[in-house]
Ligand binder design. Structure first.
Ligand SMILES: [Zn+2]
Length: 164
């Protein structure tokens, strides 16, 4: 699951992606909660997915500018749970040479939260992954991943707190 790039590139882009934010941190009882197949709040599921997609795209642009990452080409897409690591809410893949990144956020079809709390949580994921991108140019090691994740979680919390 790690980069197969070798040689001089290895240190710089040793971790070109990160699977992030474990569901258990968000929903301690996850496992007993199953994603609902019923429309929530009277909104049909395809409409919820499309609205959430627009929401995360909007949040991405706002936070990309706030964090001074306008020189990056960043996309965000909702992805089904089978495209993410188990029990995670999002991931990010980046290329520091091209300054391009793709953020994945768990689809509304699989999100174990009601609609409005889900949208708020999706924003957290977007900011979290942008912090990873902000740190992408720093050499990464597998050993440092837990520490980086801890720092990213803390920085995300501060950024979101400052924005309120
Ligand atoms: Zn992370």
């Amino acid at each position: 699951m790690f980069s197969t790039k070798s040689g001089a590139n290895l240190l710089r882009v040793a971790t070109p992606f990160c699977f992030c934010i474990f569901l258990s941190a968000l929903v301690p009882t996850f496992g007993s909660i199953k994603p609902t197949t019923e429309p929530q709040g009277g909104i049909a599921e395809p409409a919820r997915e499309a609205t959430a997609q627009k929401f995360v795209e909007g949040k991405l642009r706002v936070w990309q500018e706030r964090m001074g990452l306008q020189d990056w080409k960043i996309q965000v897409q909702l992805v089904r749970s089978d495209k993410l690591e188990p029990r995670t809410l999002g991931d990010v893949h980046w290329d520091t040479d091209l300054k391009q990144a793709t953020i994945g956020v768990l689809s509304t079809y699989d999100y174990p939260l009601p609609y409005q709390p889900m949208l708020a949580d999706m924003e957290v994921t977007v900011v979290h992954e942008l912090v990873h991108i902000e740190l992408a140019s720093i050499p990464h090691t597998d050993a440092g991943r837990p520490e980086e994740e801890h720092a990213v979680v803390a920085l995300t919390r501060v950024l979101l707190g400052m924005a309120k």
